[in-house]
Design a protein around this ligand. Structure first.
Ligand SMILES: [Zn+2]
Ligand SMILES: [Zn+2]
Length: 109
């Protein structure tokens, strides 16, 4: 499970759609206080920052829509509480760029 900090417009199809799917899973874990993945690093860094996670989802959806994908799974804005800015990272931005480059993915980083 990974939420990237890469601008959505630079992400390839696989990573864009994959992150969107995982973001919904993470949103559900946090808003429903699920036990599974409760101690996962991504869960820990987004807890208390649902507003920021909501905004990341909106950015992903904007890019998906631009590329012609339909989106039918809006998040409940009433749950988008807490900090609006993410300032904790599992991997730094530079590490994320390196991960995407090393594995030969198609993201433009
Ligand atoms: Zn969605
Ligand atoms: Zn990619």
């Amino acid at each position: 499970m990974r939420i990237w900090d890469i601008p959505p417009e630079n992400m390839c199809r696989n990573h864009l759609l994959g992150e969107h799917r995982e973001l919904h899973a993470l949103w559900s874990i946090i808003t429903n206080s699920k036990k599974a993945y409760a101690h996962h690093p991504e869960t820990l860094r987004w807890r208390g920052k649902l507003k920021a996670l909501y905004l990341r989802h909106e950015a992903l959806v904007r890019e998906m829509t631009k590329r012609g994908y339909k989106h039918h799974t809006p998040l409940d804005p009433a749950l988008a509480t807490g900090k609006a800015v993410q300032d904790e990272f599992v991997n730094t931005y530079e590490e994320q760029v390196r991960i995407l480059k090393e594995r030969g993915y198609e993201c433009r980083v």
